[in-house]
Each structure stands twice: as C-alpha cells, then as structure tokens.
Design a protein around this ligand. Structure first.
Ligand SMILES: [Mn+2]
Length: 327
C-alpha cells in the first residue's frame, strides 16, 4: 500500500472536522493502548477546537490504561443521537465496535483511522496506512501535518499507542517512522517513562497471581513450538481477577525460546471465551483468528466465541497445530 500523503490527508481531515458539529469517537472491543490512546488524543484535540465530542468503547478501559489523561470520558455507550461525524479508531471492520456498532451506523459521516491488514472498514475519509506501526503514528503524522497544537496530554496518549503496539519498540513492526514520531511526541512533553511505568509496572496483585496460575498450568506441545494456556471462570475467582488483568499474558508464553505460536484462552464470563494469539515470523495467526470470526495482525490477533472452554481449547489448539505444520 502506498504511503499516504499526510499534507493531503491533513487538508481533508481538517475539512471534515470543520463541517461537523458533534463528533462520536469509537474504539475497538477488548481495547488496547493504541485504540484508547489515539481516541483520547483525538478527543483532546477536538476539545481544543471547542468541538463537542464523545468517546465510547464496548468494554471498560483496562486498568493499566486508566492513567491516560481524559480516560474518565470514555463511556460504554451514549444516549445522544445528534452526532454528525464518527471517528473510527484502530479497527479493520465496524464489527470490532461490538455492541456499539449500531450507534455508529446511524452517524451520517465517518472517518476511519487504522493500520490493520486486510482493511475492510468503510469510511467517507480513510486515514489508513497498513505499514504504520500504530494508528497513533498515523494520527500523530496527520496532526503534525495540520500544524495542530500537540498538548502534553495528547503527546502522552499518542505515545501510549505507539509504545503498546510496538511492545515498547521491541516488536517487528518497530520502524524508523514509529521511533521518529515517538521522539517528536517526547519533545512535545509526552512522558515516556510514565507511559512505560503505568503500562508495564503497575500490575495489581490479582493479575500477577493469575499469571502465576497460567504459567503453572500452561501446555507446551509440538516439540515445544506451541504453547497455550486456558483460564476458566474459577481461576479468575480464585485470584480475584478479571479479564483486564490478563493484558500481556500471552506474550509470556511466546517468550519461551522454542515457541513459535502462543495462545491464551479465557472464559471471562460463563461460556464466553476470548482468545489471544501470538506468533513469530511467518506464522499467520490473523488468518486463524479470522476463521473464528476475529482478526488482528499477522503476529498478533484474537477472537471470541461462545462455547465451553474445553471445546474452544480443542478447536483452537487443533487449528494452531495445522498452522504450525503448514509453514
Ligand atoms: Mn493498533
């Protein structure tokens, strides 16, 4: 995909914003730092323009992202029906809005900001670059090209998107663009130390306790190339933990040196299963996630469905074994 021309995009984006009276900003289900950080940066920017706006998310914000300035404005829905512009942040399909999808379908105009592959979400204006490390990179570049004032709060929100989507500049998607945008955000007052501390070093005890259980019960298969864990409702009860406490767990499974594919299945509500998939190199876990109605990136994807945990585990593990065998 060709690199977008940010000068052109900036122009179009400023135009669309100036024509709107009230904006609805949408984040994806099971939100991460990129969707929340980018959405909040947009919200702060619109505040600066004096433009009324709401930010919504299907789920509650994970506890490690609650330090973000403005996070309290994120609601699980909205009563208002007078939004005339939707900003859809960090998702490849409107289904990722979850239960809020219908609210967005009635907003007359939309702008999509995203970096996922393949990209299917519609949008009257599309700020899409599948080579960007994070949606926050696309948004920051757009704001830079608009000569928008980047406040400290905006810089911290955008940095959070880049730090989380690149795994603190460690994942394969870390590129010069992500690093230079991050550098510029730090110059604007973004606090990278605060971002890293809050995201990685402020875990509740319940989370670390549940992690211990996951590591204790994980399975290593296929000559130690596949590692998976499954957390049942009662495991959450025993640790007094909730699904937001499992942020980053699957990466611990992928950290084993022989492991090429890692999966974590969680029964976050009775019979409701969430699956996080991670891989190294050529193994395409996004393709696997799509078969189960989910999506994501080549090396990081997810899906969710309704069935008993053991059944879900059998299905997913079988499919991942095929994925390992085929590449
Ligand atoms: Mn993202």
């Amino acid at each position: 995909m060709a690199k977008p021309s940010y000068d052109q995009i900036a122009h179009q984006f400023a135009d669309v914003l100036s024509q709107s009276k009230k904006v609805l900003i949408g984040t994806h289900m099971n939100p991460d730092g990129d969707t929340i950080g980018s959405a909040l940066a947009l919200s702060h920017y619109l505040d600066g323009l004096g433009k009324p706006n709401d930010v919504v998310c299907h789920n509650e914000v994970p506890s490690n992202l609650r330090f973000l300035p403005g996070v309290e404005r994120i609601k699980q829905g909205t009563e208002a029906t007078d939004h005339d512009l939707a900003l859809i942040v960090d998702m490849d399909s409107l289904e990722r809005l979850g239960s809020l999808q219908f609210i967005f379908e009635r907003v007359p105009r939309s702008v999509v900001l995203d970096h996922h592959v393949p990209h299917e979400a519609p949008g009257d204006l599309r700020l899409v670059d599948t080579d960007a490390s994070a949606t926050a990179v696309i948004l920051a570049n757009t704001l830079f090209a608009m000569d928008a004032p980047i406040t400290r709060e905006m810089a911290t929100c955008l940095l959070t998107g880049i730090v989380t989507d690149t795994g603190s500049f460690r994942f394969r998607n870390t590129n010069p663009e992500a690093l230079s945008v991050a550098a510029r955000l730090i110059e604007q007052g973004g606090d990278i130390n605060q971002v890293s501390e809050e995201i990685y070093h402020r875990k509740p005890y319940s989370s670390v306790k549940l992690l211990g259980h996951m590591l204790d019960t994980m399975h290593l298969e296929c000559e130690e190339r596949l590692c998976w864990g499954a957390l049942a409702m009662e495991d959450f009860w025993n640790a007094s933990a909730s699904d937001t406490d499992t942020e980053g767990f699957v990466n611990e499974l992928l950290a084993i040196k022989t492991v090429q594919i890692a999966a974590l299945l969680r029964e976050h509500k009775p019979l409701r299963i969430r699956v996080s998939l991670r891989s190294r190199g050529d193994y395409d876990v996004a393709a696997v996630a799509r078969e189960f109605g989910g999506g994501g990136h080549h090396n990081a994807a997810g899906c969710s469905f309704e069935c008993p945990l053991s059944e879900a585990t059998d299905m997913v593990v079988e499919r991942l074994k095929k994925c390992l065998a085929s590449s």
